[in-house]
Write a protein that binds this ligand. Structure first.
Ligand code: IFM
Length: 440
């Protein structure tokens, strides 16, 4: 059973999250090309070469989507602002793009929903990608300009603003593993992206603070690193944990990068990176935690640094093949509070379950998603009881949407979307959550 609202602190915020490129329909409203468009157009990168041109048509259907959030008894909507919509060439402002977010924020407020915005959720304008994207320091400076432009237009009505979503995906997943745009597998580009994305956050914070913007944070993803059975696997898991779970939070809260990661990336880092760390560690008002799963890490001496290979785990899996491991959420919430973020408020900014949902007679039964939500909210409650200043929980995602390299194949939504007609159908988990969150 999903825990009910009264089992959480009175001021606890329940929300649903989305991201611009995954739902809006990028073809609308004068948005410029992004590196995801060209990545998707390159054979082999994305299932069926699908892109975000139409997605869920949220650009036109946002009033219906906000109505659905409010009807689920949620308190907040977490969305992102597309850089390429606001500044199609990464630099020049598109008034139509800003108008869209202006309408969206007013639409939230009109329905009593707190708008939680995230500036960058991955659609880098192609003109900036052409100049080297995140491997180029200049992208961090341009990001600060983008942050200022968005805050100037909608900042007065936001409940909170995050600079970036999941910098690990922006850098490591996209430049080392090649799974996301720009699809590189290059350690030098990786080291640079891992630093420049942190710098973008720091410079963005500076620009936002200078404009008087309040309640600023950043959103990182965490994946529990379980050691495989081999003798050297514990050390491999520790290294994976440092790359994935420590690099960004330590940079943002302490201005340091883990030594174990610098052993591999150090020779490839941009010159003078040490001069940026004070900017990167700007004080945060809150910190966002995206959590989905754990991985099983083994040492593979045949591979170059970091000598890591993932193996299959034994736990029940979702349709992405990810193990379901709610204890990992409790682990990260308590660990972040203890080791990194102290009294800074935490939010679970993403947590969700993709399933092969089937629409039968106009309804979708998704009991495994209900269990997933119940178990992860249970882990959140345990952390709160142990003193973690957790202030909210956002389910990923409001809608079935464009799941990046998996195209439209993976369904995380509380609401089913027919991608031909754009018809929305709330799933059983949506109704269960609405019942649990009903106000007495
Ligand atoms: O869909 C993504 C989202 O864009 C970022 N966090 C993880 C989600 C599920 O893969």
């Amino acid at each position: 059973m999903i825990p009910v609202r009264s089992q959480f602190p009175d001021d606890f915020v329940f929300g649903a999250a989305t991201a611009a490129y995954q739902i809006e329909g990028h073809a609308n409203g004068g948005a410029g090309p992004t590196h995801w468009d060209s990545f998707a157009a390159t054979p082999g990168n994305v299932v069926r070469a699908e892109d975000g041109a139409h997605a869920c048509d949220h650009y036109h259907r946002w009033p219906e989507d906000l109505d659905l959030i409010a009807a689920a008894n949620l308190d907040a909507y977490r969305f992102s602002t597309s850089w390429a919509r606001v500044m199609p060439d990464g630099v020049t402002v598109n008034p139509e793009g800003l108008d869209f977010y202006d309408r969206l924020v007013d639409g939230c407020l009109a329905r009593g929903l707190a708008p939680f915005a995230t500036l960058y959720h991955w659609e880098l304008p192609s003109t900036l990608a052409d100049k080297g994207g995140w491997a180029n320091r200049d992208t961090a400076l341009r990001f600060a300009d983008f942050a200022g432009v968005v805050a100037d237009r909608i900042g007065d009505r936001l409940a909170s603003l995050a600079t970036l979503n999941e910098p690990w995906c922006v850098s490591w997943l996209s430049h080392f593993e090649g799974h996301h745009a720009p699809g590189l597998r290059d350690i030098r580009a990786t080291a640079r992206a891992m630093h420049h994305v942190c710098l973008a956050h720091g410079l963005g914070m500076q620009a936002l603070r200078a404009q008087g913007q309040g309640n600023l944070g950043v959103v990182c993803n965490f994946e529990f690193a379980e050691a495989g059975p081999g003798k050297a696997d514990a050390a491999a898991a520790t290294l994976r944990d440092a790359i994935y779970n420590r690099w960004f939070v330590e940079a943002f809260t302490a201005g340091t990068y883990p030594d174990a990661v610098l052993e591999g990336l150090g020779p490839h880092m941009p010159q003078g990176w040490q001069d940026d760390v004070a900017t990167i560690a700007a004080p945060l008002d809150w910190f966002g935690v995206n959590y989905y799963t754990r991985c099983i890490v083994t040492h593979d001496a045949t591979l170059p640094w970091p000598h890591i290979r993932m193996i299959d785990g034994p736990l029940p899996k979702n349709s992405m093949g990810w193990e379901v491991y709610p204890d990992g959420l409790h682990h990260f919430l308590t660990r972040l509070h203890r080791d990194h973020t102290g009294d800074t408020p935490l939010y679970v900014t993403e947590n969700g379950m993709p399933l092969d949902d089937v629409l039968t007679g106009g309804a979708i039964a998704d009991p495994r998603r209900e269990d997933f939500i119940a178990d992860h909210l249970g882990a959140a409650r345990r952390a709160i009881a142990e003193g973690v200043p957790l202030k909210g929980f956002f389910y990923w995602s409001l809608l079935d949407n464009y799941e990046w390299a998996f195209g439209y194949e993976k369904r995380f939504g509380l609401i089913h979307v027919d991608f031909d007609t754009f018809t929305r159908t709330p799933k059983a988990s949506y109704h269960a959550l609405a019942r649990a969150l009903a106000k007495a």
